[in-house]
Write a protein that binds this ligand. Structure first.
Ligand SMILES: *Cc1c(COP(=O)(O)O)cnc(C)c1O
Length: 388
């Protein structure tokens, strides 16, 4: 079986975790801040807040930006459900902006059209969450300009995109956003087991997110109502959660971070090989915009039509090749249909979703395994063409 994604764990990762297990702190110890510092040094942001998942990071990012009842949050329908659920956690309402047919990212043009309409209706979003699908950055310059014009805040969902670049700067530098979030789930670029991290250049947002990850509690005198400077004293000053990352996770994440460049380089090699070997007359290969240096979290191809995708998917699966669909549009999930979304609401994402297949791409994938994947796909098409 060739899976579609797989983590790479080496002896340094194992040693880093074992070191924590032998230390005094298992959670929220010294390794957390080392990991946070190393991530912000890498991506070029000022502050980093590590949490137990990207889902938690999205939640506290929304809260820090003041999202609540009566507010709207917009995101892409071509994402994991967490990018939209965070709005609902805050009691806000969610809507989507359809995708660009080439990059499969939220379309900046459609965003502008939708903003014009929303302005007339008095329903402008408070937050927009562009998702850097498969590791390719959205057109952040355009989205940023729109945020200035229409007054919304931006959270970049970079769950797929640590190590990716946009206009030669790392995703996460927050040049075009208030907050960027990363995921360290094992299928992502680097892993901490479970884990996430929010980065920002705004000290106040970082402070609030730090409070929110641990019950809304502070031990910092400057943040207290009653500035009692006593070693035992703490205050709960807002309603927070237990979203802490463990030191065990941080040690693994930090060790993996040392290999980020190597991981991304290898992913580029693998993607280039697919680009070269797959028959671009039979399937649509992933388009790359000129401003983007992708982290290649996913390699997605599109079949000609829905029936062809079905066939190809089953054939690959039966050949023990791990295939997947990223994504079923969020608005078509039963839960979202129940709150009023329906088919044809976001036709580009829906059409893409019917034709797409994610094929295996991960650090330890060998050329030989790639050849198996490539030959299966190319042979499938030559067989169909022969029967036509
Ligand atoms: C994986 C993922 C998330 C959630 O990440 P977790 O760390 O598993 O909570 C959110 N958004 C996108 C786009 C993802 O791919």
């Amino acid at each position: 079986m060739i899976p579609y994604g797989h983590q790479n764990i080496n002896q340094s990762d194992i040693d880093a975790v074992v070191d924590v297990l032998k230390s005094d702190f298992l959670t929220q110890g010294p390794v957390i801040s080392v990991f946070e510092q190393n991530v912000i040094d890498k991506v070029g942001a000022k502050h980093g807040v590590a949490v137990n998942s990207a889902t938690s990071a999205l939640h506290i990012a929304c809260l820090a930006l003041g999202l609540g009842h009566g507010d709207w949050l917009w995101t892409s329908p071509n994402t994991f459900v967490a990018s939209a659920n965070c709005a609902l956690y805050c009691g806000a309402q969610v809507d989507f902006v359809d995708i660009d047919p080439d990059t499969y990212n939220m379309s900046a043009d459609l965003l502008e059209d939708k903003l014009q309409i929303a302005q007339k209706l008095g329903k402008l979003p408070k937050i927009v969450i562009p998702v850097h699908f498969a590791g390719q950055s959205c057109e952040m310059d355009k989205i940023y300009l729109l945020s200035q014009k229409y007054g919304f805040r931006i959270i970049e969902d970079a769950s797929h995109a640590i190590g990716a670049k946009y206009k030669d700067r790392y995703v996460g530098c927050c040049d075009y956003s208030d907050i960027t979030i990363f995921s360290f789930h094992p299928v992502k670029i680097i892993t901490s087991g479970e884990g996430g991290l929010a980065v920002t250049n705004d000290e106040q947002l970082a402070k609030v997110m730090r409070q929110l990850r641990t019950h809304g509690i502070t031990r910092d005198c400057d943040e207290m109502q009653n500035a009692i400077n006593s070693p035992w004293y703490y205050e709960q000053i807002r309603l927070g959660f237990n979203y802490r990352m463990t030191d065990i996770s941080a040690a693994l994440g930090n060790s993996q971070l040392q290999r980020l460049d190597k991981f991304i380089e290898k992913r580029h090699e693998l993607a280039n090989y697919y680009n070269e070997m797959l028959n671009s007359f039979s399937v649509i290969l992933p388009f790359q915009g000129k401003d983007s240096y992708s982290s290649w979290h996913l390699y997605v191809i599109q079949a000609k039509d829905e029936a062809c995708r079905e066939d190809l998917f089953m054939m690959l699966k039966e050949s023990n090749i791990g295939v997947n669909v990223h994504y079923i549009p969020v608005h078509l999930q039963p839960y979202y249909r129940k709150i009023g979304f329906k088919e044809n609401d976001f036709p580009v994402a829906e059409d893409y979703s019917k034709k797409t297949i994610t094929i295996p791409l991960y650090f330890d994938l060998t050329k030989k395994q790639q050849d198996v994947v490539v030959n299966s796909i190319n042979n499938y098409y030559s067989t169909i063409e022969a029967t036509l």
